[in-house]
Design a protein around this ligand. Sequence first.
Ligand SMILES: Cc1ncc(COP(=O)(O)O)c(C=O)c1O
Length: 201
Amino acid sequence: MADVWDELRVTEFPVARRWAYLDHAAVAPLPRRSGAVLRAWTLEQEENGVVNWPVWADKLEAIRDRIASLLSADRDEIAFVNSTTQGIGLIAEGFPWRDGDSVVIPAEEYPSNIYAWMNLASRGVSVRLVPSRAGRIWPEDLIEAMDQTTRAGDQPCRVRFWFSQRPRPAGRDLPGSRSGSLRGRDSGLRSARDRRPEDAD
Ligand SMILES: Cc1ncc(COP(=O)(O)O)c(C=O)c1O
């Protein structure tokens, strides 16, 4: 097994030749194959402008399908955004909030994952910040902070930027997992994904 990871490190992560590089957030070093795609894209732009636009569009839709499959989601649940901050902002600003709604998030979240929700105060939406205990975010603490007013919550299913907690391995089982249970389908609460019938346009 070690061989597989060693090979992956050498072939896919050129940065690992020189560094033990642990910051893989917004300013992460690129994997080899991502760099290759970007280089090809630049060349394409130089040589053909937007002539091949339909080909790009087809590729984009194929990628949407693959990501949906990876996340066990529907393809119309996948949106492409420039950054995490932009994606959170789109949800925060676009969701049909009602006066008295609440949002539950870990207190030590990355700042741009907090401010977009705080910005909803003028629309009557309150933010409940759940502090960590013993250096960890506990799903039960987040659930405890939720009630029938809670319409969005951050799921503790990825690396926390503050103390690098990784509560459970990322994998295809996430939608039905413990962290998935924070979503409204199991708990009677709702996340940004679960719209109520009365929210229909
Ligand atoms: C946990 C976490 N969330 C959000 C962000 C912001 O990401 P982006 O630059 O894609 O908006 C970062 C950036 O490092 C992060 O570490």
